[in-house]
Design a protein around this ligand. Structure first.
Ligand code: GDP
Ligand code: MG
Length: 160
């Protein structure tokens, strides 16, 4: 169920957060999780996965016609990622605010306290992902956490 507060916001909204390969390689996981918990999110589910080419391309299907798509897919396959379902009031918007703008170089200037400013490098290697709407969140959460894994799109790791 989704309980509503008196102002109509969803009290237990969920979003998909991901620490991308550069975030894991750079040992930013603990710092990012601290920010998550200090900001009042509950980590509802989490797992480490290694994306293959098909799953990375599928996850970012909306960008398939962009010039950076093949580079993006390669980056996303370059190591394991940590996917998390975060839960909190206004989770989608609040997580997007915490991670900051897409281009980490710009984030360092305009949003110096954002997560991408902390651990991102540029417009591609920006260390974290966040769903951009409740519709995206629904799609992305079921992408990683559906109990039915018909084709085995991801390989799960027990630990890092
Ligand atoms: P996000 O929602 O802030 O993650 O940004 P987008 O949905 O626009 O893009 C998805 C991901 O593609 C980004 O997080 C980056 O990793 C990558 N990306 C976005 N724009 C660019 C770009 O101009 N060049 C490259 N190489 N990668 C990009
Ligand atoms: Mg996006």
């Amino acid at each position: 169920p989704c309980w509503s507060s008196s102002n109509g916001s969803i009290l237990n909204e969920k979003t998909l957060a991901m620490i991308k390969p550069d975030g894991l390689f750079g040992n930013y996981t603990d710092r990012i999780k601290n920010v998550i918990l200090e900001s009042g999110f509950i980590i509802f589910k989490e797992k480490v996965v290694q994306l293959d080419e098909d799953s990375a391309a599928n996850f970012y299907a909306e960008h398939s016609t962009r010039s950076f798509f093949s580079s993006l897919v390669k980056y996303m396959m370059s190591g394991p990622v940590l996917v998390m379902v975060l839960e909190k009031e206004n989770a989608v918007t609040d997580w997007r605010t915490l991670i900051g703008p897409t281009d980490a170089r710009k984030a360092k200037i305009s949003h110096p306290h954002s997560i991408r400013a902390l651990c991102g490098l540029d417009s591609e290697k920006n260390c974290v992902h966040g769903s951009d709407s409740t519709q995206s969140a629904e799609r992305e959460i079921s992408f990683f956490f559906k109990e039915v894994s018909a084709g085995g799109v991801v390989t799960e790791h027990d630990e890092l």
